[in-house]
Design a binder for this molecule. Structure first.
Ligand SMILES: [Zn+2]
Length: 135
């Protein structure tokens, strides 16, 4: 019997982010006054301090900024996939998102690698973000 990984329990502005992700399309918080994209979601724009924002659809394209490889499972539900990489990808909108590695080969990871995010739902219905290579 395999152990199911625990799903995150987002709240506040993070909940808004994941509710949009559950629709199947990545959305990034954007200031309604100056247009600045920001992530993680915040109540005020760091550029103009406006509290007005919208959720703008994103194609999820960007470049690999950094990554870490996990060899020990802090949650036993993820043990079957070890070792696995967790990626930080800088989207073309200028924000950095964390997601799973969908390349199937940690050796291909290199800074600047073009990637695109894909949303999939686990058995709990939680939307997980996975990045794959995209030329
Ligand atoms: Zn702003």
């Amino acid at each position: 019997m395999s152990i199911q990984p625990r799903a995150p329990q987002p709240e506040g502005l993070n909940l808004e982010f994941y509710e949009h992700a559950a629709s199947g399309t990545l959305h990034i918080q954007q200031c309604s006054d100056c247009g600045h994209f920001r992530h993680p979601p915040r109540y005020f724009c760091p550029v103009c301090f406006s509290s007005h924002y919208r959720w703008t659809p994103s194609e999820g394209r960007g470049t690999l900024f950094s990554w870490t490889v996990t060899h020990f499972p802090y949650d036993r539900g993820w043990a079957e996939g070890l070792p696995y990489a967790t990626l930080v990808v800088e989207l073309d909108e200028g924000v950095r998102l964390i997601g799973a590695d969908g390349t199937q080969d940690i050796a291909v990871l290199s800074p600047g690698l073009r990637m695109v995010g894909q949303l999939t739902q686990d058995s709990y219905g939680f939307p997980f973000l996975t990045f794959v290579e995209h030329p």
